[in-house]
Each structure stands twice: as structure tokens, then as C-alpha cells.
Design a protein around this ligand. Structure first.
Ligand code: CTP
Length: 469
């Protein structure tokens, strides 16, 4: 094995200090897997047959600018240096009592430790002993599975998943992230054990879900989540998108697979997790708004409004952040049909100004969502739709340059209106401000101070207000 991945001086240090302490130490887990796949990683896990904490303390003493954190309760230690993170733990043996979720953990041999791991590709280890430094140890043919792109548990998958049901999400995450297949016995166990995901905390599930969403082609992961019914355990709103109903010979598209296509397409345009979430949720209210209208066929009127109202409860349930990310997703879901409406003929500048105002800082992401929302199989139509959206973008740019609506602030603030008429805060201020905003967005007056000033005086007079001397 070449030593490319072991160039950081810490590996030699760990080797030396282990020897002095009489321990045997190995690099294990994701770092070794990613090394074989030429994926760069700066997270390293060491397993030592001895005390991980003692070893980390000895190593840290010999390093400059390295911080050490000790987690006594877990028997682990972490060293951070530059942007690397090194975890140290003693080799373990776990025996699980199925009634309690906490495994009984005892000291174990290196072999015990490797046997309790989740997937064969994660059982690879590198020896750091002086006499075989850098030697790859492959107990479960992990290398072959890596080469053949296969996710498989080293032991009976039912037991592996019962031990920690989060591993089911990890199986799907690795399949999506690495574009690997899930071996059939392992896949069967995902189906039979899916329900036990309920004992895992939503935070851990969502961490894995976000990793799936951040992979290059998340549809791979979502199809597994759906087929195994893992998705049903925590995201029933998305499950409901699946299926086609036919009435009077008229069907509609399957919104689950449409959503996945939009998601894959948006991934080619952005790495932003929240814009990707907007793709997942853009049609989420299609099932609850679905109607069959005799003359029209299937309609989903108002799905953008209802969908935007579903964003916060879904974020809350999935333990996603409720601040700016949620607001972004909610705005994008709410507005996802608006740019398409602007591709029609005879669009007024006022409609464009309103969209610029409503989308604000999310406008570029909204256009990315709309371009990704085109899933027609007809190439000619697809090109036409894309071109229409590019036209909309050009029109937006023209209006924006002229009227500066983005991040719009009223040219006259509430304080000034109060001073002008000598009034205290009250509903008149709101009425005047909202009339001013509409007048500017509708192009009745230009977006500047002097015109706004005249307009505010007129509005005040209409409300029976007198100018303050
Ligand atoms: N592991 C496991 N079961 C889990 C989590 C982790 O068996 N539920 C083992 C695997 O051998 C894994 C190692 O612990 O390789 C380290 O876990 P972690 O750092 O969470 O994952 P990585 O495999 O390193 O992958 P990534 O860094 O991409 O999350």
C-alpha cells in the first residue's frame, strides 16, 4: 500500500507513542475507505488496543498548535490541528440488549472492533505498527466491495441494523453519495427493519437525509428510502406525492418522480442545501389540493400557497433550522409559479417589479428552481421553456437596473411621515406606507424621494391629515 494518505506527521507520531505505551493502533473507518476512493478527507479515526485517551494525550504533547478534547464518558479523545480532526478510541466489543437502546460496551480486541462496524467498506483498517506501517487490513473483503461499488453489512444485516437502526439511513446515504448498489440481502433487511428507525432521534436521521440531499444525484437515495419504506417513517408528506390517478381517461404526472427529477436537475445548478430543499418541497401540497374538474382534468390550484404553509411544520418535525433557511424555502415554494406566469405575452413592468420585490434576495435561487422544474420529455418544448425563462431573467435585469426594486426600502420612512403630519404611531402610517409601496411597484410614481414626498402629502390629505407647521 502506498503511504500517500499517511503523509501527515501525526501518523508516525501515533505509531511511536503507541509503541512506547505498549498499544497497537490502527486507522479505521471512513478515512481508509475514502483514501481508496481518492476522496479527500481530513477526519481520521484511530482505534487502539489500549486507552484512546492516554494515547491522544501522549500524541498531543508532541504536536505544536494542537488542541485536545477528552470525552471521559465515551472513553474517546479528539485532537484538532490545522483543519484536521483526529479521533482516538480504545478497541471495543459491544453486546446489545435489545430491550434497552444502550449497548453494553467492553474493551475488546482489534478484531472485535472491526466486527461491530456497519459496512464492509467501512471495516478496512491500516496498521500503524512499526513493522507493518501502512499495511491495509481487509477482514471482510471491503476492498472487493469498494471496487464493485457495493454496500453490504459484514455480519447478518438484520443484526447490524437492529444494533443501530441509523445504519439503515447510512446505507442509503453511502449508496447515494458514492453511487454504490445495496447488496440484495442488505436491501431486504432495510425493508424488514425499516420500522425500527422510529427509535432513532430525528436529528440523527435528518443529518443523514441532508447528506443524501447534498450528494450528486439524490434521487438514488430517495428511491431507496421510498422502496424500503424508510421514508414512510419520517416524511409521509413526500410519500403522498407518489402515484397517478386516472379519471375519464385523464391522468396527471407522478409528483414523487417529478420532484426527484427536479431535485437532480437543481443539483446540477446549485450546491445550496436549502435551495435543494425547495426543490423537494415545491409541489408538496399537490396531494392535498388535487381536484378533478370535468372540463379541465386534474388541477392543483393553490398548491404553492398551501405548500408554503406546510414548510414550517415540516421543518419543525424534521428538526431543520427554523430561521433564515426555513424562510428561504418557504419563499421559494410560495413563488415557484410566478416566473412562469411572466413568460406569457403582454407582461407589465409592474408584474416584474412585484416579483423582484417579493423574491428579494432569493430571486436568483427562484430562477434556478424554475429552470429545474422543467421536466418535459419533449426536447423542443424543453428548449422553448428554458428560453422563455431566460427572457424573463433579461426583463427582470432591465427593470431592476431602471427601478432598483431589489432590497427595496421606502424612500420615505414612517418617522418622517409622522413628523410631516405631526401624528403619533397609528394605522394611518401603515395605510400611507402601503399605498406608497403599491404606487412605486405599479409604476404610478418613480422610485425616488421627491415623487414619494409629493405622493405621501396627497395620501395624508385624503386621510384628512394636516401638514405640521
Ligand atoms: N460506524 C458504525 N455504525 C454507525 C456509525 C459509524 O459502524 N452507526 C463505524 C463505521 O465503521 C464508520 C466509523 O464508525 O466508518 C466512523 O463513523 P463516521 O465518522 O460517522 O462515518 P464515516 O464512515 O467516517 O463516514 P463520513 O465521514 O462520511 O460520515
Amino acid at each position: 500500500m502506498n503511504h500517500n494518505g499517511l503523509a501527515h506527521p501525526i501518523f508516525q507520531l501515533v505509531s511511536k507513542e503507541s509503541k512506547s505505551l505498549g498499544f497497537k493502533t490502527y486507522v479505521v473507518g471512513g478515512y481508509v475507505r475514502d483514501l481508496q476512493l481518492n476522496r479527500k478527507s481530513k477526519d481520521v479515526d484511530f482505534v487502539t488496543v489500549g486507552s484512546g485517551i492516554q494515547l491522544a494525550q501522549a500524541v498531543q504533547k508532541r504536536l505544536k498548535n494542537a488542541s485536545l478534547s477528552i470525552f471521559k464518558n465515551f472513553g474517546t479523545a479528539q485532537i484538532k490541528t490545522d483543519d484536521w480532526e483526529f479521533e482516538f478510541v480504545g478497541a471495543r466489543k459491544e453486546s446489545y440488549d435489545r430491550k434497552s437502546r444502550k449497548p453494553k460496551i467492553e474493551d475488546g480486541t482489534f478484531e472485535d472492533d472491526i466486527h461491530r462496524r456497519d459496512f464492509t467498506v467501512n471495516t478496512l483498517a491500516i496498521s500503524l505498527q512499526k513493522d507493518d506501517f501502512g499495511k491495509l487490513i481487509d477482514t471482510f473483503n471491503g476492498l472487493t466491495d469498494l471496487k464493485n461499488k457495493i454496500i453490504r453489512t459484514p455480519l447478518d444485516p438484520v443484526i447490524t441494523f437492529k444494533d443501530d437502526p441509523l445504519r439503515m439511513m447510512r446505507a442509503v446515504r453511502f449508496a447515494s453519495q458514492l453511487d454504490f448498489k445495496i447488496e440484495s440481502t442488505t436491501h431486504k433487511a432495510l425493508k424488514s427493519e425499516a420500522k425500527s428507525l422510529s427509535i432513532v432521534s430525528q436529528e440523527r436521521i435528518t443529518d443523514e437525509l441532508n447528506k443524501i440531499i447534498l450528494s450528486q444525484k439524490p434521487s438514488i437515495g430517495f428511491k431507496h428510502l421510498f422502496d424500503t419504506k424508510l421514508l414512510h417513517q419520517f416524511f409521509p408528506e413526500m410519500v403522498k406525492l407518489q402515484g397517478v390517478e386516472i379519471r375519464d381517461g385523464k391522468g396527471h404526472k407522478d409528483n414523487f418522480y417529478h420532484t426527484l427529477q427536479v431535485l437532480d436537475q437543481i443539483c446540477e445548478r446549485t450546491n445550496n442545501l436549502w435551495v435543494r430543499w425547495a426543490a423537494i418541497l415545491h409541489d408538496i401540497a399537490k396531494p392535498p389540493t388535487k381536484r378533478f374538474v370535468k372540463e379541465e382534468g386534474w388541477t392543483f390550484h393553490g398548491h404553492e400557497d398551501k405548500g408554503s404553509r406546510m414548510v414550517k411544520p415540516i421543518f419543525s418535525k424534521l428538526k431543520l433550522p427554523l430561521g433564515a433557511p426555513m424562510v428561504k424555502v418557504r419563499t421559494l415554494v410560495q413563488l415557484h409559479l410566478r416566473p412562469i406566469a411572466l413568460t406569457k405575452e403582454n407582461i407589465t413592468d409592474s408584474a416584474i417589479r412585484r416579483l423582484i420585490f417579493d423574491a428579494g434576495e432569493h430571486l436568483e435561487d427562484l430562477m434556478i428552481l424554475c429552470k429545474s422544474d422543467i421536466t418535459t420529455k419533449n426536447k423542443i418544448k424543453e428548449q422553448r421553456f428554458q428560453k422563455n425563462l431566460i427572457n424573463v431573467e433579461q426583463n427582470i435585469a432591465l427593470v431592476e437596473e431602471r427601478d432598483r426594486i431589489r432590497n427595496w426600502q421606502p424612500p420615505i420612512k414612517g418617522d418622517e411621515i409622522m413628523n410631516l403630519f405631526g401624528i403619533k404611531p397609528g394605522k394611518e402610517i401603515g395605510i400611507i406606507k402601503s399605498a406608497l409601496k403599491d404606487a412605486i411597484l405599479d409604476g404610478i410614481i418613480p422610485n425616488n424621494y421627491n415623487d414619494a414626498f409629493k405622493f405621501v402629502i396627497e395620501q395624508g390629505k385624503k386621510l384628512g391629515l394636516q401638514l405640521h407647521e
